[in-house]
Ligand binder design. Structure first.
Ligand SMILES: [Mn+2]
Length: 448
């Protein structure tokens, strides 16, 4: 990969026209965009950046008409290689992506695909899109090592949490430059921003006897911790050192009947920043929210420490949380519009839920403790003239949701894809009813 990266870096260095950059809207895509933006700026290159949901044929149709001579795709493009070859026979194309690509394709000379799968590295777990872009950026200029924390952030966004040797190399650079630090803390998501009481009820630390809000409040008061700060519930980070210690001892006491009462800690990665920009997992949520609410630029700005973007990103994540909880309320209030059987739940939210949030809703439903295991959740929401379909399953089973989508799509026109446990499709809005009919047929006949 190194010599290929060096070659492309040299080409970019010598270039003197505007570069078109296209990236993906999730955390990995946003961090990829931040890295490439900063790296190109450092070389005094002009570029024009867009963040998109997916590289559909529709999107490619628009892009190919643009006047740019060179396109760089980050965190997307590999999966659409065939279409890119078809749509861009004359443009210079560079793809920096970790997704799998069709190895049977003959890649023409105008296209350079920089992809870990080419070199026997598993891009699904061992390197993120931001990681590939980071490697390119450091080939361009060693100064770009100061973006190493963003490569790690991209990996966390793509849930590549078991760090490969490649990620560990990048992490070591971020640690040695003081961009990131490891910190031992309670094994809770959202030390900085999630209310303690929420973590006590839903968090990963088992707490016998704490089932609901009043249990949690009573427990906190019993150990002398005020659960609220003004109007708001306190997060762990809101506590002073003495209170933190009291809470930790209290939690261990509460767990004394369990096998490992002290097994409540984890190591987290933190930046030099504060609040929701400190913990990489929370920062990842923030970037993801910016992407999904069509405010990716705030996320990119936040990655590059722009003050205005950071303030706007905080507003955006608050709005995202509100929209997610509104979508959950819509789901609960509209049972008559939802098809529910023992095996599946079918939701057509139409225009009531944002298409970029419908997958989040399906994921939340699939985590519902009261739902039967193996329940398949199919949710749909409109995106202009199309409908976005998200498919999830409760629990982890040997069912490939992509196969189910593919089977439904044999009768319906549409593009499907995704992962084994989280698949999706895009269909035309006019086909919603047919899709639902076909889906119920496929699911009713499915044996599992
Ligand atoms: Mn990615």
């Amino acid at each position: 990969m190194k010599s290929e990266l060096a070659q492309v870096a040299k080409e970019i260095k010598n270039l003197n026209y505007v570069i078109r950059v296209i990236s993906h809207l999730d955390t990995d895509g946003i961090t990829s965009a931040a890295i490439i933006s900063k790296a190109l700026k450092r070389e005094n290159k002009l570029f024009c950046l867009s963040i998109i949901k997916q590289l559909s044929e529709e999107e490619l149709e628009i892009l190919k008409k643009e006047v740019y001579d060179i396109f760089i795709f980050t965190d997307l493009g590999a999966g659409q290689l065939e279409n890119i070859i078809k749509f861009f026979p004359e443009k210079r194309i560079i793809i920096l992506d970790h997704h799998e690509y069709d190895k049977k394709l003959k890649i023409p000379k105008n296209i350079t695909l920089i992809n870990p799968h080419k070199y026997g590295i598993d891009g699904s777990k061992d390197i993120s899109g931001a990681g590939v872009v980071y490697l390119f950026a450091t080939a361009l200029n060693a100064k770009n090592k100061d973006l190493s924390h963003l490569a790690i952030l991209g990996a966390i966004g793509d849930v590549q949490t078991k760090f490969s040797s490649l990620h560990n190399e990048i992490l070591d650079i971020a640690l040695s430059l003081g961009l990131l630090k490891k910190e031992k803390t309670l094994n809770w998501y959202g030390i900085e921003s999630r209310p303690i009481i929420r973590n006590m009820i839903y968090g990963d630390i088992e707490l016998p006897g704490i089932e609901n809000e009043s249990d949690a409040v009573m427990f906190l008061e019993s150990i002398g911790i005020e659960p609220k700060l003004g109007e708001n519930w306190k997060s762990f980070a809101d506590l002073n050192d003495e209170e933190k210690q009291k809470l930790i001892s209290g939690i261990i006491m509460k767990r004394k009947e369990l096998e490992n009462p002290q097994d409540i800690f984890t190591e987290r990665l933190i930046t030099k920043d504060k609040g929701q920009f400190k913990d990489l997992k929370e920062l990842s949520t923030l970037l993801n929210a910016c992407g999904r609410l069509d405010k990716a630029s705030y996320g990119i700005g936040a990655c590059l420490n722009d003050k205005y973007s950071k303030a706007k990103a905080l507003e955006t994540v608050a709005q995202y949380r509100k929209e997610v909880s509104d979508s959950l309320r819509w789901y609960k209030d509209n049972e008559d519009k939802i098809i529910k059987t023992k095996k599946y739940i079918l939701i057509n939210a139409k225009n009531n839920i944002r298409p970029t949030i419908i997958g989040t809703l399906a994921s939340i439903i699939s985590n519902d403790k009261e739902l039967d295991d193996k329940t398949i959740i199919i949710s749909m929401a409109r995106d202009k003239d199309n409908s976005k379909v998200s498919v999830r399953i409760k629990g982890e089973f040997d069912i490939d949701l992509r196969d189910i989508v593919k089977e439904i799509l044999t009768e319906i026109e549409g593009e499907g894809g995704g992962h084994k446990n989280a698949a999706g499709a895009i269909i035309s809005k006019d086909q919603e009813e047919d899709f639902i009919k076909q889906a119920t047929q496929v699911l009713d006949n499915l044996e599992f």
